[in-house]
Design a protein around this ligand. Sequence first.
Ligand SMILES: [Zn+2]
Ligand SMILES: [Zn+2]
Length: 321
Amino acid sequence: MKVEEVLRSINNKDVEFIQRMVKVEYDNKLQCPLKFVYQKREYKTTEVLGIFKGDLSPGDLAFLVKAEDENVYLLYLHFFDSQPPGFIYPGYWILNLRVLRDEELMFLNREERKMLVNMQLKRMADFHGHLCPDLIIGCRACEMALEILSKKEEVTGGFSVIAENNSSALDAIQCITGCTLGNRRLVVYDSGKHKYTFIMNRSGFAVNLSLKEQRFGDEKIYFQLEEKILKDEATIDEVSHFRKFLDDRVKKLLSLKHDDLFETVKTRRKSPRTETPTVFSRCSQCGDMVLKSKLLNRKGSFVCKPCFEMLIHIPSPATYN
Ligand SMILES: [Zn+2]
Ligand SMILES: [Zn+2]
């Protein structure tokens, strides 16, 4: 079970709540629980799926672990605020829950299952690793652009894509259209915009899509949670709550009409130049071989981009006549 699925299950309460104090063998060096004893049975942990902040007192931790029995458990380590006299341990462990397995969930989450029955989505999620809003935006951009292009002419003649961001959307484009970074039919100018231009190679007919502003109504709490997660300050409930927000966004982005998603402009432009990477030349600074068209002129000598950027920060020696 992948972490995302576990987080969904926790947020959906597809879990068996246990909430028992348990004995845990903890590896101080690895900083993870090695095994725990529950109902007189010993469970060795095989993998730590995630470590989160606890929620009782500061310093508390929550460990999401997979055990030998293939189940996923959540263990809380609570620290005493002030140590009771005679106590040698600074805290105690609670076995909080077990995540229900797929077989147990057979009749739950019908909606989500239906969502993944869509084969294109399934293929894309496998390629990218998960379903996320940016991936869906890329997918919807492809669908819409291909629809527009195919009304105009045969799409089989080949086309290229220019994307203006460096997000998960790129994987959707590569997976759906076959325009990849490798075959240079996908070109990325990362300006942090959800803008995509699809260009027919032969005719130069092009359509430009830019994402309209989307409101999900949860922005405030969404960004608060995102910030907490980025700072590693989120509890598992917060992380699974955030997962739910992402899933809701995915669902909404899938349900919107094309026109509610993108502004489109039909235009004409040349395909991005896809040079053949054969002509290499030496950088006069570092000596690396560099694609000739990527060399930059620095006071008459040709250098690579990293060298160019380094050199402009070094003042050139004063010259005397
Ligand atoms: Zn993603
Ligand atoms: Zn160089």
